[in-house]
Design a protein around this ligand. Structure first.
Ligand code: GTP
Ligand code: MG
Length: 453
């Protein structure tokens, strides 16, 4: 493979910068830009030993630093790799990068190092995605899942399912090809039982995406309620700054105000919306339409009520909208303004928390309630969590194919019908972990990485 080069550290001033070379000529190219101070050539040092020396190009010496050689296949990419550490100035780092190009390297594309690691079998596709998740992580929980997934937790689980399917499918086809010879070691009941276990495993993986998405991509959360109940104050309390305008005038918020915040392990993509009420001017009416739209698309709803006042018909209207949009199970009621003294009791078809957006009282309960809605599934280890939409859709396809196979067997169809579905499930799992995956999907995944990773 041609040798690629890129700056692997953030672009800007820092203590050190790292430029990584990977490919057949990585060591030769490094020797053209780096002169070890001890005089012994870089290629004569042991692999993985940091060597001190001077960086130079055709115009002279310009920095000093360290070079570390990794010999294929024992490197991140599985190819020859040299990591060059120079001082973290913008100019010096760029000059070293340019020197590697002059010495024969070509610029790396986004995610190309990790892509090569995948192509060379150092990482499965879900492990490569875990690298991306670790870099992008906004919650500690995402770091936890990412590191376990990088260690192969999800890959192992998928491989087990795949191998089981392979065994079952060959048994089915042996039966079809040689029905008289009793080639199969499995009765129809045994086959059904095995597929049943697989179905449960895949269903649990599918469910894990609820938590996986909440800690990685985040949950879209609409803050709804009547005017003046304190929706914008709740948003401001959650993000810890005065982001949305708060006034005692009903109808303050018109446009949807969005902000991302971490609440415990969960990432919330908040939308503060206009208060829902009848009437109002044209601008307010458009705002209210947008509130209803946010409610419709929300994966979590925070329904705010003013606990210092009696529950009104308007509050009932808000609850009706929530029910109409099928969001009751995803809603937490916030009975706000608890600092104003003994509050009124609210009747809601969803759990509720008493809180004060003014003093922050009730924040812990809210954290717990939201955490409970998106809790990690008990019987899955943290790394066996599906964390992105691509993995999720592959698991869903595998699950529905297994369900179809089971249905075929239970409805008395011949085993070849089930065999067809089982092959489809295998295809979906193979795609999930990259055993067989189209080039477009691979390119799409790695193009989302940064250059140098
Ligand atoms: N005492 C007290 N006042 C609050 C609390 N939360 C909000 N308020 C007050 O209630 C009024 C309305 O607050 P907002 O946050 O603007 O309410 P809203 O629901 O966003 O209102 P609209 O955008 O008009 O729909 C303001 O005067 C706030 O200071 C609270 O917890 N305690
Ligand atoms: Mg508001």
């Amino acid at each position: 493979m041609r040798t690629i080069s890129a700056i692997s550290t953030p672009h800007g001033v820092g203590a050190v910068s790292m430029i990584r070379l990977s490919g057949d000529d990585a060591i030769e190219i490094a020797e053209r830009v780096f002169r070890p101070v001890g005089g012994k050539p870089l290629s004569h040092h042991s692999a993985r030993q940091s060597v001190y020396g001077v960086f130079h190009d055709g115009d002279g010496d310009f920095d000093d630093g360290l070079a570390t050689v990794f010999v294929a296949p024992n490197s991140y990419t599985g190819e020859n790799v040299v990591e060059l550490m120079c001082h973290g100035g913008v100019l010096g780092t760029r000059r070293l990068l340019a020197a590697t190009f002059r010495a024969g390297a070509t610029p790396a594309a986004a995610g190309e190092y990790t892509k090569r690691a995948f192509i060379n079998g150092k990482l499965s596709l879900s492990q490569a995605e875990a690298v991306g998740a670790l870099i992008e992580a906004k919650t500690d929980a995402c770091l936890g899942v990412g590191i376990r997934q990088l260690g192969g937790a999800l890959t192992k689980k998928i491989n087990l399912c795949f191998e089981k399917l392979l065994r079952l499918t060959s048994s089915v086809y042996a039966y079809i090809d040689y029905p008289e010879e009793d080639m199969t070691d499995m009765s129809a009941d045994e086959l059904k039982a095995e597929l049943g276990t697989l179905k449960a495993t895949l269903a649990a993986l599918k469910d894990s995406y609820r938590y996986g998405k909440a800690i990685s991509e985040g949950v879209s959360c609409a803050i709804v309620g009547c005017p003046n109940v304190g929706k914008s104050s709740v948003l401001n309390m959650l993000i810890g700054e005065e982001r949305a305008i708060v006034t005692p005038i009903a109808g303050t918020t018109r446009d949807v105000v969005t902000e991302t915040v971490r609440l415990g392990d969960i990432l919330l993509r908040l939308s503060d919306t206009a208060g829902i009420r009848e009437g109002g001017g044209e601008i307010e009416r458009i705002g209210i339409e947008r509130s209803i739209k946010s409610l419709e698309g929300a994966e979590l709803v925070l329904a705010v009520f003013d606990g210092s006042k009696k529950q009104s018909d308007a509050d009932g209207e808000v609850i009706r909208h929530i029910e109409e949009k099928g969001k009751t199970a995803l809603t937490v009621g916030l009975i706000n303004k608890s600092d104003k003294g003994r509050g009124f009791t609210y009747d809601t078809p969803f759990p509720q928390i008493t809180l004060s957006a003014k003093t922050g009282e009730g924040m812990e309960e809210l954290k717990k309630a939201v955490g409970a809605l998106y809790a990690s599934t008990e019987d899955l280890g943290m790394g066996e969590t599906v964390i992105n939409a691509r993995q999720y859709s592959a698991v869903c396809r595998a699950l529905s194919a297994v369900e179809n196979a089971l249905f075929a067997l239970e409805s008395g169809f011949t085993q070849d019908v089930a065999g067809f579905d089982m092959e489809e499930a295998m295809g979906a799992l193979a795609e999930l972990d990259g055993r067989s995956v189209s080039e477009e999907i691979v390119n799409d995944i790695f193009s989302r990485f940064c250059v140098g990773k």
